[in-house]
Structures are given as C-alpha cells and as structure tokens.
Design a protein around this ligand. Structure first.
Ligand SMILES: *[C@@H]1O[C@H](CO)[C@@H](O)[C@H](O)[C@H]1NC(C)=O
Ligand SMILES: *[C@@H]1O[C@H](CO)[C@@H](O)[C@H](O)[C@H]1NC(C)=O
Ligand SMILES: *[C@@H]1O[C@H](CO)[C@@H](O)[C@H](O)[C@H]1NC(C)=O
Ligand SMILES: *[C@@H]1O[C@H](CO)[C@@H](O)[C@H](O)[C@H]1NC(C)=O
Length: 469
C-alpha cells in the first residue's frame, strides 16, 4: 500500500512537471534577473484567444547542434582578476562557471598580444629565429595561464580555443605588431612556415601547462586595418596559408583540433567561405567559420554560409559594446540577446563574448580602445558590477546545453521587435527564449504541436521558458 502510494505521488509529480513550463525573466527597471516566476500551464485553445502574437515551436524540425557558450580570457581580464581579493575572485569564477552561474562551456584566448593586453608582446621576438628556438610563453604565465588553470579547476570540461592578432613584429611587412600592411605577413615561404610552426609551439607549450585546446582561428579580423595588433590577409592568402602550411601541420599533430577561418564580421563571411571552403584541398583542413558581431544585421550571410556548407559549423566568436563601460545599461544587454537569437536562427553553434572582466573604464587596453564587459570591477572597491549583458547571456547559456539542437521557432510579429529562438536539450527539455524590445507589454501564445500556453512578455523584457518536449 505504501509503495503504491509513493508510486502514485511520483506519477503525479512527474505528470505535473510534464504539464508545466518553467519561466525565467529579466526586465528593465525591475529587480528581475533571470528570476524564476510562476510556472505556466499548457492549456486549451479557448484561453489563448486574446494573445496578440503567436510563437510556433516545432521540436521535430532540428538544425545545428550547440557547441558552446563563453567569453575571452585576455591579458586585460586576467590582470583585473589578479587585483581582486580571493573572495571576489571566487565570486567571478562562480559567476561564470559555477552551477548557479552562466555555466560557460567554450572560452577563447589570444596567442601573442591583442589590444586588450597591457602592451604588445610575442612568444618569440628574436629577429630571424625561423626555427623558433627562443619561443616561450613566459609572458602568459604571469596572468593568463593562472586564470585559465583556475577556471579549468572549477570546470574541467571547459573547452578552449585561441586566436592570434599579430605575429611578432619581425615577421610583419610593416615591422610592427600594431597596424598592418598588405600583405600583413612577409609572404615568403620561410615566414609562412615559421608562422605555422608558431601555432604548433603554442599548443605544445600550453599542453605542458595542462591546458589542451579544442580549437583555433587562423587570424583575428584578417581584413581589419586598425591601430592595434593586427595582420592583414586576403581571402586567397588565408586559403593558401591554411592549405599549404597551417592545415597540414596542425592536422598531423592534432587530428581533432577544430580549425576555424575568417573570425571577422558578418559582411564578408560568405565570400570568404566560398573562397576557402569552396576549395576542396583547403576545406579538408577546416572545421568551421567564426564571425564577429561588429556590423549590424546581415544574419542572412551567416545563414547562407551555414546552408551552403552544412558539414562545417558557423560560430559567433566575438562581441562587445564600445566605447567604454555604461553601468547597468539595459539596452546593451538587450542588443546582446537580439544578436544571439538571430545568430542562433542563422545557424551559429553558440556565442562567444569578448573580455570576461574589465576595469571601471573598460580596460586596460594598450591603445585606449576601451569596451564594456558583463562583469566590471568597481573603481575603488573590491566589488563586481553585473551588467545586463551578463543576465541576457544567461538566458541562453544556462538553459541551452552543449549537444542540444536548435529547433524551429517563429514569432508572428508585425513590428519585428519580438524575437525567439529555441533549443531541444539532450535531457529532453525544450528551452525557448522570447525577447520584446518594444515599449509595451503584450501576450504571446506559445504553440508547440497541439499544446498552447499564454505568456505576457513585458516591454523591454526577456523570458526563457523550459518544458519537457
Ligand atoms: C621586439 O624586439 C624589437 C627589436 O629588439 C624591439 O624594438 C621591440 O620593442 C620588441 N618588442 C615587440 C613587442 O616587438
Ligand atoms: C606597441 O604598441 C605601442 C602602443 O601601445 C605602439 O606605440 C608601438 O609601435 C607598438 N610596437 C610594436 C612593435 O608594434
Ligand atoms: C552546464 O552545461 C552542461 C553542458 O551544456 C550541461 O550538461 C549541464 O547540465 C549544465 N549545468 C547546469 C547546472 O545547468
Ligand atoms: C512588445 O512588442 C510588441 C510587438 O512589437 C508590441 O506590440 C508590444 O507593444 C511590445 N510590448 C510588448 C511587451 O510586447
């Protein structure tokens, strides 16, 4: 009798859970921050008559798998982290990697300096050292490596990829790490061979520290001409470098390492993919195409890349707001979520933020290119400011699991201010995000197969819904 009783309760709880939809909300000018609200119930159609919009969800229509979510471990972030006392350091680790934090799964770092370094530096600054006998990562052992180790201890399953901004000055056409010339590298065979070897040495040196890379991008923003660390490549130059030097060397030594091309904005992503992935010889070395968020919209270019080369993933690999820090600015969070939703729907396997932590002006940055970050250290105190970008990221990173599949979802919105994206997780639960960027509250009907539920999406708010498929 007691067993039957217990069984009955278990069945009741299970079926109640099955009927319910968990709701998490963040909203402007309220204290809601990924806050769990009252569960919604699936209901019959007649109760949904007043809904203005419908979100159709179909978990049988499945698209790209989720690869990961994360941010970047720059020298700047690691330097700010080192200024925190141990208690606040723990708080930051918890905020990103703990079970109640963002649960990041895929993070990025840089090989040699980037603008978010304290100054420019490289792992081998000895002119003419083509065999890289003087190669070392001593500089990284100061700030970056200890922070990566700490994160790894907190979360051993974390995946890492790295990106170079510039080769050492002596390998560049302009003789500087900063700025660039065309071509960026001195494109003689001897330099290209050495530059490929540089990647190999970097991976080995990190492996010695117990850090294994999941992936690499060939060059940060190869078409950018900036005042900081950079190196220009044309799409043909990147193709040839990957095919003749980098691809063969890395494939031979690290067969599972993911090699990503482009790593620049959405505008030219397809042209680059066509040149590089469209070349059979090169394509066999390439796993995916990474892209940045610094041009608005143009999501159709990402989608075209994803659909034309379905065996190669696309991944949003960098985003941030500039200039400087705007404390507690809601719009900056909202724009992150808008971008994540559109990138997911265009085929992206995740979304990687830029600096995980910065100081109160948005640095340090050795050329004064200050930007915002989800976590910002207070100017005077041992205190962390949580920006809305942190919470908007969390609406995805905490609910959309690695190896989940993006599924069909569509909002019947006439104003184009309400967006949705959905993922079917490996645990059988659907996570659906709906964001309203408009100034009014309204009701949305969620329709998944024959089930419907009505939710109010307040003006300037974002909600994650989670339910059993
Ligand atoms: C590298 O070495 C050159 C020549 O010795 C020096 O001018 C430069 O400042 C050094 N550092 C970097 C980052 O290139
Ligand atoms: C290093 O960066 C500084 C700016 O921080 C710049 O003035 C200098 O030219 C750079 N040096 C090299 C070798 O790129
Ligand atoms: C964290 O992410 C991993 C991979 O997506 C997932 O398996 C795990 O359940 C997540 N943890 C929590 C507490 O949500
Ligand atoms: C949300 O967006 C919709 C559609 O843009 C708009 O009609 C409504 O007033 C906005 N407010 C809410 C909360 O929907």
């Amino acid at each position: 009798m007691k067993i039957i009783h217990t069984l009955l309760i278990v069945v009741l709880i299970a079926s109640a859970a099955w009927c319910q939809i968990e709701v998490y909300e963040t909203q402007k000018e309220t204290s809601l921050r990924i806050t769990r609200g009252r569960d919604l119930q699936w209901s019959s159609n007649d109760r949904t008559a007043n809904a203005v919009l419908t979100v159709d969800v179909d978990s049988n229509k499945q698209y790209q798998p989720i690869i990961g979510w994360g941010g970047a471990f720059t020298e700047a972030s690691a330097h700010v982290f080192k200024q925190l006392n141990p208690q606040v350091q723990d708080e930051v680790m918890e905020a990103y990697f703990g079970p109640n934090g963002l649960n990041y799964t895929l993070c990025r770092t840089h090989m040699n300096s980037c603008d978010f370094s304290l100054e420019n530096y490289s792992c081998d600054n000895t002119t003419g050292d083509f065999a890289l006998e003087n190669f070392n990562i001593n500089r990284d052992l100061r700030y970056i490596v200890p922070l990566i180790k700490l994160a790894q201890r907190k979360k051993p399953s974390l995946k890492w990829f790295f990106t170079p901004w510039s080769p050492p000055a002596w390998m560049k056409g302009n003789g500087k790490m900063d700025e660039t010339s065309k071509p960026g590298l001195i494109w003689k065979d001897q330099y290209k061979k050495t530059w490929a070897l540089f990647f190999h040495k970097f991976i080995q040196a990190y492996k010695k520290q117990g850090i294994e890379f999941w992936g690499v991008t060939v060059q940060n923003e190869p078409e950018a001409i900036t005042s900081w660390d950079t190196c220009y490549y044309s799409k043909e130059e990147e193709r040839d470098f990957v095919r003749d030097y980098l691809g063969p060397l890395l494939r031979q030594n690290y067969p599972d390492l993911k090699i990503m091309i482009w790593d620049h904005n959405r505008d030219n992503i397809f042209e680059w993919a066509k040149t590089i992935l469209g070349d059979e010889e090169t394509a066999k070395y390439v796993d995916g195409t990474a892209f940045h968020w610094y041009v608005d919209n143009l999501y159709e270019n990402v989608q075209k890349t994803y659909e034309t080369y379905p065996n190669k993933f696309v991944l949003a690999s960098e985003a941030c707001h500039c200039p400087g820090v705007k404390l507690y600015d809601y719009e900056r969070g909202e724009l992150y979520a808008r971008d994540i939703i559109h990138d997911l729907n265009a085929g992206s396997g995740g979304w990687i933020d830029w600096n995980i932590l910065l100081d109160s002006v948005g640095g340090p940055n050795h050329v004064g290119n200050f930007c915002d970050a989800p976590l910002v250290k207070d100017k005077d105190q041992q205190k962390i400011h949580y920006q809305f970008t942190y919470y908007h990221l969390g609406h995805f990173t905490k609910f959309m699991q690695v190896d989940g599949k993006r599924i069909f979802s569509k909002v019947s919105d006439r104003t184009d201010k309400v967006y949705s994206a959905a993922v079917l997780n490996p645990d059988g639960r659907v996570s659906l995000v709906i964001q309203n960027m408009s100034d009014e509250d309204f009701d949305v009907k969620i329709q998944d197969g024959s089930r419907t539920a009505v939710a109010t999406i307040a003006a300037h708010s974002i909600k994650t819904f989670r339910y059993q498929k």
